[in-house]
Design a protein around this ligand. Structure first.
Ligand code: BTN
Length: 266
């Protein structure tokens, strides 16, 4: 990854001066969180060529080998109550679909809540972390971290995820310029930040179109417990509406949902 090349795709961008590029780092989210605590400005972006301790959702690790992926985190400071940005992760998913489509000519789907997928395989993931001001209970900052597989061949993926992972290269048959992908991600994140509170309804209706989970047989996973149902839609905050066999409908807002036929759930 190369800062100058990224900037060449982002002429006069408002965040241009705040983009840091590292060859190797433990986790871009961890660094941006630390910068957030130290008072860094909104729009601070950290990109790494490789992460040694990339983090995923639910305390998992996110394998982040060098030379093939884009690992990017950004700091935002929406000074609102956390309840006003419940849709943030969905909005990031939409922004990333736009970014990938612009940079690589292929539009991913979104597996609720925030996996980017192509067909039945995972292209990337999103980890949003929020810090509250303890006095005001308003958001102090959010860190949005995104990892996108770009250049991997099948054999580059760890055996444990090979069957369920894909890359832009595998999906398009072309080499994809990671600097261009990173630039498009930044461009779309800045647009998202400007529209976050005003475009909620429009973003959620676009998200519903890209979300591959709706209409599928799914399992809601909570610890050891798995409950089968059908994903029937989204609520206004981006929660997944699940209908269980007894006819009850529940909105799920956290945890994990497996889709039958994806990622090894048969
Ligand atoms: C997931 O799929 O569970 C979310 C993965 C998020 C990975 C990205 S890579 C950039 C940023 N830094 C991290 O440590 N994690 C996120």
């Amino acid at each position: 990854m190369n800062r100058e090349k990224i900037l060449s795709h982002l002429r006069d961008h408002p965040w241009g001066q705040q983009i840091q590029v590292y060859e190797q780092i433990d986790s871009t989210n961890t660094l941006v969180k630390e910068l957030g605590r130290q008072g860094a400005a909104q729009g601070t972006v950290v990109i790494a060529d490789r992460q040694t301790a990339g983090r995923g959702r639910l305390g998992r690790s996110f394998l982040s080998p060098g030379g093939v992926g884009v690992y990017l985190s950004v700091l935002l400071r929406p000074h609102v109550k956390p309840g006003e940005i419940m849709h943030l992760t969905c909005a990031v998913g939409e922004a990333m679909c736009d970014a990938v489509e612009n940079a690589a000519g292929i539009r991913p789907g979104i597996k609720w809540a925030n996996d980017l997928v192509i067909g039945k395989q995972k292209l990337g993931g999103i980890l949003t972390e929020l810090s509250l001001d303890p006095k005001t209970q308003l958001v102090d900052f959010v860190v949005i971290g995104i990892g996108i597989n770009c250049g991997q061949e099948k054999s580059d993926f760890d055996e444990s995820i090979r069957g369920m992972a894909t890359s832009l290269h595998l999906a398009t048959g072309r080499q994809v310029d990671r600097n261009r992908v990173a630039a498009e991600m930044i461009r779309q994140l800045e647009i998202l930040n400007s529209n976050l509170l005003t475009e909620k309804e429009a973003v959620m209706s676009r998200y519903a179109k890209d979300c591959v989970t709706i209409g599928q047989d799914i399992q809601v996973v909570r610890g050891e417990e798995r409950r089968s149902g059908k994903a029937v839609g989204l609520d206004s905050e981006g929660g997944l509406m699940v209908e269980y066999p007894d006819g009850t409908r529940v909105s799920v807002s956290s945890g994990e949902v497996s889709i039958r036929g994806m990622y090894g759930y048969t």
